[in-house]
Design a protein around this ligand. Sequence first.
Ligand SMILES: C=C(O[C@H]1C=CC=C(C(=O)O)[C@@H]1O)C(=O)O
Length: 352
Amino acid sequence: MTVSMSWRSPRAALAADALFGEGPAAADHTRLSTALRAAADNAHGGRAFAALPFDREQTSTIVTPVGPPSPRAEAVVARLLDGGQSSPDDYRDGVRMLLDAVADGDVAKAVLARYRDLASPQPCDPLAIADRLGRTHPSAHVFALPVAADRHLVGASPELLVAKSGRAVRSHPLAGSARRSAEPAVDRANAAALRESEKDRREHAYVVDAICDVLAPYCVRLDAPEPGLLGTDSMWHLGTEITAELRDPDVPVSELVAHLHPTPAVCGTPRLAAYDLISEAEPFDRGFFAGAVGWTDAAGDGEWAVSIRCGEVAPHRIRAYAGAGIVAGSDPDAELAETSGKLSTFLAAVTA
Ligand SMILES: C=C(O[C@H]1C=CC=C(C(=O)O)[C@@H]1O)C(=O)O
């Protein structure tokens, strides 16, 4: 069955008709890399795309472009469903539960997510939603990838999980957030406060440390400078531009992805304890949200983003997701407000 897909990022842009199918899970990185390389060999444009779910043990979706895109309909304006969201009270309770786990020493950080549902009377076109996201987020990784026969994962992720070209590797983890403001002085003050926030720097450092721990054994050089700021339409984030040089240029990018995912930007520290707590605290399955999306070519090079600022789009239903990192010092109301700011990136593109 052929479906449509699109990808637009700093290194690649493609809209295409594609074949898609189930692929190996991230936990099975050797089979995942083999499957992606085989798909890239046959792909129109030489790149195979994939979406990995949040759960490392769940199967991935491999998307193989086969030709130029078929003509498409326009996106329609969707509307929020009343009550179609994980409840804000449950979210605050979940934050309190995770704060107890932090206080007990079970985890240092865990990321709690929630969702909002939308309905559309007309069938939604995932690629048109991605086009809209691309217009307002020129430097994001903008994707519309099929994850089931009638469902696409669509989003504009600001977070580079890992990119590889020959020996050169880059990662740009984000964690630690503040809301943007339309008032320039307030916007600048929010950014400055974020840069100085001990709690946010700590929340950020868990992600950088986890990424460096995974990459270090592969590398002859690894640089992680002080965090800077990255601004999206609605949020400021702390971000670290990690660069590294591989010992062996033949290590496929998918192997790095498979070991990095899920980072503490979407899961927590330590990973397994955080994963178990998230399963208890979140009353829904994340599916492909907080997973990884990206592409690989036949040489094993590629570019992968963390699947955030996104939603799953079915013809008449959309579910948008967002999460926030919980560490000692997190406040339930502030974390809930942060997820609203993050949700607005995707919601603006489907409701405007
Ligand atoms: C989990 C999300 O964001 C991550 C990326 C940037 C900042 C984050 C934070 O400050 O909590 C999250 O770790 C999301 O957007 O759903």
